[in-house]
Design a protein around this ligand. Structure first.
Ligand code: HEC
Ligand code: HEC
Ligand code: HEC
Ligand code: HEC
Length: 311
């Protein structure tokens, strides 16, 4: 009798405990979700306000806000960037601040948003809807957002002939920093020690496919103790080009000598170009771009068939 009562009381206690825990979790989720959604909602409302006053159409103020999402199973991406970057395809927003600015260049015309999305070029966390979760150094992210010239490290995924030495900045000005890095890699004889796409020595590690590595794979085998900037792959490479011995000083206690990679005395923009070139050494097996996304027109062909269009 006593035992049965005891058992049912315990069962009830467990049930009540379970319900309370669930309730707390739900409350926390609501609060968290509320905070996170405020940010993008504010951007969209601001955009609608601006659009309404630009076009003198007050009804645009009432456009309902929503999460915009580009789901591309073939690229394995789900991009919500346009939830905040709402004005990308609107030429009226060319002089507005981020996140409203019109996208630079013709990139969204040559790579339609509904087919390409954003992260195939920019990487980052496509599903994030806060600035913090994808911009700047995000420590848990395996593919950090690529901004400014760093985006050039992605073009090679599909424009594979960028590895072709006959292609220069004249043919593909949008890849000028990547191509400068490639040029420096020949000028400074990196292939004396490193194998790159089948060519080079084996004194240093092979660099083919370097840019397709995940941050995690990189961080596991690199010492970040001597890096001044944020602890990220690109930053490590950049500082390593500026001064290899500072980043890989060895350890006298363990009888480890400093790295034998020479300090070439690179200027910051040279180190940046080399970093972008390194990040642009892709591994097609990892990137897994479907065939229909690979640019069919060869770059040199494109520029000769459409004179002037590549300026
Ligand atoms: C929550 C809103 C929001 C989302 C979601 C968002 N952004 Fe942004 N983005 C911003 C804001 C605000 C800025 C300007 C401030 C900054 O740079 O941190 C910005 C800046 C940028 C810049 C310029 C940075 C620079 O240094 O030049 C790029 C590129 C960019 N975003 C790309 C993306 C991509 C790609 C995604 C999706 C993976 C994305 N953004 C998702 C709000 C957002
Ligand atoms: C074909 C590749 C490609 C795609 C796809 C792409 N971008 Fe870009 N994006 C670029 C390039 C290249 C730049 C210019 C980088 C530079 O400043 O040199 C850029 C610049 C930007 C900037 C910075 C603008 C500025 O002037 O500060 C933002 C923000 C941005 N992209 C957001 C997006 C978003 C959001 C998407 C998805 C809708 C997207 N991009 C899709 C290649 C791409
Ligand atoms: C996911 C694959 C993919 C990525 C990544 C990509 N492109 Fe493209 N790009 C294409 C395809 C496909 C075309 C259509 C023309 C073709 O098939 O050759 C194209 C067309 C272009 C064109 C127009 C050329 C012409 O002849 O009309 C330019 C310029 C261009 N891309 C630049 C870039 C730049 C710069 C980057 C990197 C920031 C980039 N692309 C990244 C797939 C890609
Ligand atoms: C004398 C041989 C030598 C030359 C020349 C040389 N390196 Fe290195 N490099 C090394 C060695 C050894 C390492 C491994 C130790 C270290 O990280 O410094 C290395 C490391 C690297 C790494 C880091 C690899 C990783 O897994 O993170 C990169 C990237 C790199 N080198 C690029 C270059 C480039 C680009 C050039 C030409 C500008 C160059 N190296 C010239 C010997 C060399």
């Amino acid at each position: 009798m006593d035992l049965a009562w005891e058992r049912s009381a315990t069962k009830w206690r467990h049930r009540i405990f379970g319900v309370v825990v669930m309730a707390i979790l739900i409350i926390l989720m609501v609060i968290f979700h509320g905070e996170a959604s405020k940010e993008w909602m504010t951007y969209q409302k601001t955009y609608n306000e601006k659009l309404a006053s630009r076009l003198n159409k007050p009804e645009f103020r009432n456009t309902p806000v929503r999460i915009n999402q580009i789901w591309l199973p073939q690229l394995n991406t789900t991009d919500r960037c346009t939830t905040c970057h709402v004005g990308l395809e609107n030429p009226l927003f060319a002089n507005e601040p981020q996140p409203f600015t019109t996208h630079p260049g013709d990139f969204l015309k040559t790579h339609p948003v509904d087919k390409f999305g954003c992260t195939v070029c920019h990487q980052g966390d496509g599903q994030a809807v806060t600035v913090e979760a994808t911009h700047g150094a995000v420590h848990h992210l395996n593919r950090q957002l690529l901004t400014k010239e760093f985006v050039q490290a992605s073009c090679v995924k599909c424009h594979v002939d960028l590895y072709d030495l006959s292609i220069t900045t004249d043919h593909f000005p949008w890849g000028s920093t990547f191509l400068e890095g490639r040029r420096l890699s020949f000028q400074y004889g990196c292939r004396g020690c490193h194998k790159i796409n089948g060519e080079g020595g084996s004194i240093g590690p092979e660099l083919s496919g370097f840019g397709s590595r995940t941050e995690l794979a990189f961080l596991l085998i690199h010492d970040l103790g001597h890096i001044e900037g944020p602890h990220m792959m690109a930053q490590w490479e950049y500082e390593h080009f500026l001064n290899p011995q500072k980043v890989v000083p060895g350890d006298p206690k363990l009888n480890l000598a400093p790295t034998i990679m020479p300090n070439f005395g690179f200027k910051p923009d040279q180190a940046r170009a080399l970093t972008i070139y390194m990040l642009g050494l892709r591994n097609p097996k990892v990137d897994a771009i479907p065939y229909e996304y690979i640019a069919q027109k060869k770059i040199a062909q494109a520029s000769s068939s459409q004179p002037g269009s590549l300026k």
